[in-house]
Design a protein around this ligand. Structure first.
Ligand SMILES: [Zn+2]
Length: 324
């Protein structure tokens, strides 16, 4: 059972907003005072309902850690009791010292609910907004110091050392491998038979034509909804391939359905890579393989010109660039 704690999400937004707007030390102190009161109320309310921290939704957990972290920071920064948030904050602060342009800017770290490794950085109102994902908190200090170096080099347009890139990629790949294994295997029930096209038959045909029958048949099926902007997806951890039901339509030519399935099959042999902190989903090799599909050019043209008409939109909108 997962509990959403919407109050805490709203409060987190408020805190970050007030933090970004507050220029004086006094108003920041007031903010921390309010935060203290709110956190106590929130904890009491959870206790009353016998809900532990771990039963909260990822979003609520992330918000909780962010608020708790900001609070701890201003109460205990130089004391021995430290949360992971405070430890990471110190580390980032230390790294920022090496970038004089930003070293005097106040810093706020926000934990996002993502279960992937994700991060972003932004400067707003002469404040550094640094966002990292909940799942990254398990990584060692070195990860955060390397990440911070790279992000601030990029911000200040300085060259990024190769050794940092290598380290970061190494952490990310290790994390992704571990993470993929830890996802619980849910039983997947999918229907590959449509009214017009049979996905399993198409998969087998393509497997024979392009992959020498080396691909193991995944769970493959039509999506429940007519998804317009996501025509196909492949989920490696569940070995699940979904094709949007919108393509099971008499006006959609067979080569289109085949082309989308072929694209998703390529995801089976080109796993997602990490490079300098960016996820590469469609690598250069992936795109080279994509062009081996016999109707590649025709497919591209159909997606650009005919597909928008099918779903009642004007052709050539930028939305149609990235459909699968
Ligand atoms: Zn793709």
């Amino acid at each position: 059972m997962t509990y959403h704690f919407s109050g805490i999400l709203n409060f987190e937004k408020q805190v970050i907003k007030r933090f970004l707007q507050s220029k004086k030390e006094k108003s920041r102190q007031d903010l921390i005072q309010d935060l203290s009161v709110y956190l106590n109320q929130a904890r009491e309310s959870l206790q009353k309902q016998h809900i532990s921290h771990h039963q909260l939704s990822l979003k609520s957990q992330a918000a909780f850690i962010t608020l708790q972290g900001i609070h701890d920071l201003y109460h205990d920064l130089y004391q021995s009791r430290t949360s992971r948030y405070v430890a990471i904050f110190r580390l980032v602060r230390q790294e920022v010292e090496n970038f004089p342009k930003f070293s005097n800017y106040p810093l706020i770290i926000r934990i996002s609910a993502s279960s992937r490794l994700s991060h972003s950085i932004g400067i707003r109102a002469k404040m550094i907004r640094y966002q990292i994902s909940l799942s990254s908190l398990v990584l060692p200090d070195e990860y955060f110091s390397v990440l911070t170096k790279i992000l601030f080099c990029r911000l200040s347009k300085k060259p990024v050392q190769n050794s940092w890139k290598v380290k970061l990629t190494d952490y990310e790949n290790r994390f992704n491998r571990l993470h993929e294994k830890s996802v619980p295997q849910k039983p997947v029930k999918l229907n590959s038979r449509g009214e017009h096209y049979q996905l399993l038959q198409i998969f087998n045909k393509l497997n024979n034509l392009y992959f020498q029958n080396t691909l193991e048949v995944p769970h493959i099926g039509w999506s429940r909804q007519n998804n317009k902007y996501r025509l196909g997806s492949f989920h490696a951890n569940q070995q699940k391939m979904l094709i949007s039901r919108i393509l099971d339509h008499p006006d959609v030519p067979q080569f289109v359905v085949e082309g989308i399935v072929y694209h998703e099959m390529l995801h089976m042999i080109h796993p997602i890579q990490s490079h300098n902190g960016r996820r590469i989903i469609h690598s250069r090799n992936f795109k080279n393989d994509e062009r081996k599909f016999i109707h590649h050019v025709k497919l591209e043209r159909w997606l650009k010109e005919d597909y928008p008409v099918l779903i009642g939109n004007k052709p050539q909108r930028s939305k149609f660039k990235d459909l699968f």
